[in-house]
Design a protein around this ligand. Structure first.
Ligand code: UDP
Length: 239
């Protein structure tokens, strides 16, 4: 392809729910294969890809807490869920001949490598996709925060948050047909307008480190590649 990437290294955040496809729990192998294909296109044009995958398709600490479970235990289960998703995604990527490493913030010897920043950067520089799993390793955080943290740590050029809608709107576009989409926003606008794009911890982290974030619709085939070659997909959040 003659399309020049705009970014050398990206951190892509996929929600766990994105892996469910049309189901309401678990992992749809067809979705994994499509994502592997789209990620492969980025690798094909020389983009270094770090991935953070959520766990909401399997377990969420807050939801388990509502059902009566201890929150920290629930969050541990949520983080383990992200490792399962990471293993499934690695499988799909490697079946597409994309070299993939899974690192976990929680040591899990014999299953995945323990997260090590310098090693992760070496893998990324060598062209391997690196999946950062188990979130931040701590309860009371989200995988959005983990994505921002790993993006900043690994010196990615941008954090790309894949969602089910076309970007950030002034109200929920699913509930409100008149919702208006923003092309660009500042971190402070996201905070002031209480636009629930990411949790506050994540927004504050990217704001403090001036890490740009683009929110886009991964259900739109080709949108990911378009973002990476500089297309105007979704919403860009910057200073
Ligand atoms: N989690 C956590 N610490 C982290 C990241 C995640 O405790 O650093 C837990 C938390 O319970 C969360 C679950 O893992 O609900 C799954 O992550 P998240 O809800 O962010 O997944 P997503 O919504 O992206 O699918």
């Amino acid at each position: 392809t003659d399309r020049q990437p705009k970014y050398n290294r990206i951190l892509l955040k996929l929600s766990g729910e994105a892996l469910m496809g049309d189901g309401d729990f678990g992992i749809d192998p067809k979705v994994l294969d499509r994502m592997a294909l789209e990620i492969g296109q980025l690798v094909g044009i020389g983009v270094q890809v770090g991935l953070v995958i959520g766990g909401g398709n399997l377990f969420r600490g807050a939801a388990l807490q509502e059902a009566g479970m201890d929150r920290v235990t629930g969050d541990h289960m949520g983080m383990l869920a992200t490792v399962m998703n990471a293993l499934a995604m690695r499988d799909a990527l490697e079946r597409s001949n994309i070299n993939t490493r899974v690192m976990s913030a929680i040591p899990m010897s014999g299953v995945v490598e323990h997260y090590d920043r310098r090693r992760a950067i070496r893998y990324l520089s060598g062209g391997d996709v690196v999946i950062f799993s188990a979130g931040t390793g701590n309860p009371f955080f989200t995988t959005d925060s983990a994505a921002c943290l790993r993006g900043i740590e690994s010196e990615a050029d941008v954090v790309l948050k894949a969602t089910k809608v076309d970007g950030i709107y002034d109200s929920d576009p699913v509930k409100n047909p008149g919702a208006v989409k923003f092309d660009e926003l500042s971190y402070d606008e996201v905070l002031d307008r209480k636009l629930g794009v990411m949790d506050l911890t994540a927004i504050c982290l990217v704001r403090d480190h001036q890490m740009p974030v683009r929110v886009f619709n991964m259900n739109k085939p080709g949108a990911l590649l378009n973002v990476v070659v500089g297309g105007n997909e979704g919403t860009l959040v910057t200073p």
